[in-house]
Design a protein around this ligand. Structure first.
Ligand SMILES: Cc1cc2nc3c(=O)[nH]c(=O)nc-3n(C[C@H](O)[C@H](O)[C@H](O)COP(=O)(O)OP(=O)(O)OC[C@H]3O[C@@H](n4cnc5c(N)ncnc54)[C@H](O)[C@@H]3O)c2cc1C
Length: 356
């Protein structure tokens, strides 16, 4: 039997409290108007949750994939659905390559701003019109010229471009035909989106889609985009291997989000409440049947939930965290307010303390 630590249970209840301020009508309106839930994302940022996986020395909460999964599962289960989780889940895996492979200078410059929510690193550009599952087929090129790289090419399905300050871009520094292994010759770059706009070297078109309307995805073109050489993340040519850390993390958090959706569904069913519409899936088909006895089970008994959690633990790979002396911070209305920044480690032991 898998058990959560006290700290993980606390994180779950804190996210539940935070999401309670964003009710069903808020999400319905965002979906209906195809409007990005910036105030929700900003609220997560204000409470430090966008820095969940960023190490504490760079201002983050220093948590890991399991806690990120708990947060995203809870966001979806609150009724926010995939509009809620996808609005912010980039923050849980896109900074990963920078954390694991970035230079110390890069980490010090960018991670604190991202951890505080002051700037957003929520855009990831890998997929191309002819490179989907086979990522090694990308043709977007980055050529080194002196102290910078010049990037040309096209990406597709770049989500949250409009709501990001930084993009992690995967480009070929050596064409596929010239490498021994097709996974070689790809590199990661941190692109400052505002700088790319100022250079007039980026163009984008929103992709029309019929689900998850509040979180747009874009077709993106780069023409002679100059990126400083120091924005290369990790080692040139090793980008495929480096990006896998983040992509594997994304797979795990998306599985947790699906569990959250199932919990939401069961909660609706066991409450006997007819959903006004299915914001979570974007499917407006009315429910086919009323509550049946076999729906009268706990929303926490979602089939597959334990195997998702086992996967999250395996990804963690490190120490099991312990919590000592938890205290809840109170908001002006007396309700406990969540705040990742109150999770701090002392003497190797994680404690939850109030911010000064
Ligand atoms: C809403 C949304 C948001 C997204 N956001 C982002 C983002 O922010 N950044 C980003 O980079 N990408 C993003 N993506 C892209 C996503 O990661 C790709 O859709 C995914 O990588 C698959 O690529 P594809 O759609 O081109 O499918 P394809 O590669 O065309 O594959 C289609 C199907 O064919 C199968 N298939 C493919 N090749 C083979 C083969 N050789 N043998 C057998 N079967 C095969 C696949 O399993 C799949 O079922 C997003 C996609 C969506 C839909």
């Amino acid at each position: 039997m898998l058990e959560f630590t006290e700290e993980q249970r606390l994180i779950r209840s804190e996210i539940e409290n935070l999401c309670a301020d964003f009710e069903d009508e808020y999400w319905r309106e965002k979906d209906r108007n195809a409007e990005y839930p910036m105030d929700f994302v900003q609220t997560l940022g204000d409470h430090g949750w966008l820095g969940t996986v960023i190490p504490e020395e760079y201002g983050g909460a220093g948590l890991d994939t399991l806690e990120a999964s708990i947060i995203l599962e809870e966001i979806v289960a609150s009724g926010a659905g995939f509009n809620g989780s996808m609005a912010c889940h980039g923050a849980m895996f896109i900074p990963r390559s920078l954390i694991n492979y970035g230079s110390e200078e890069m980490k010090e410059e960018y991670l604190p701003k991202v951890a505080s929510g002051e700037e957003l690193m929520q855009c990831f550009a890998l997929t191309e019109p002819n490179a989907g599952f086979d990522s090694t087929a990308i043709t977007t090129r980055a050529e080194k010229e002196g102290d910078h790289y010049v990037i040309n090419g096209q990406k597709t399905w770049c989500s949250r471009l409009h709501a990001s300050d930084y993009m992690v871009l995967v480009a070929r520094t050596t064409p596929k035909e010239e490498v021994d292994k097709k996974t070689d010759g790809m590199s990661l770059f941190l692109v400052d989106i505002n700088d790319a706009k100022a250079q007039d070297a980026i163009d984008a078109d929103e992709i029309e889609k019929n689900i998850r309307a509040a979180v747009p995805s874009y077709e993106v073109w780069f023409e002679d985009l100059e990126v400083p050489a120091e924005n290369l993340i990790g080692e040139e040519g090793r980008g495929f291997h480096q990006v896998m850390d983040g992509l594997n993390e994304e797979r795990v958090v998306i599985a947790a989000e699906a569990v959250g959706l199932a919990r939401r569904r069961i909660r609706r069913r066991t409450g006997g409440v007819r959903p006004p519409d299915r914001v979570e899936s974007g499917d407006s088909t009315p429910p086919r049947r009323s509550v049946r006895p076999d729906d009268q089970r706990s929303e926490h008994h979602v089939p597959g939930r334990q195997s998702v959690q086992r996967g999250q633990r395996r990804r963690r790979g490190g120490e099991r965290l312990r919590l000592h002396g938890s205290r809840g911070g109170l908001g002006g209305d007396g309700r406990r307010r969540p705040d990742a920044r109150r999770l701090r480690r002392r003497d190797g032991v994680r404690r939850r303390t109030l911010l000064p």
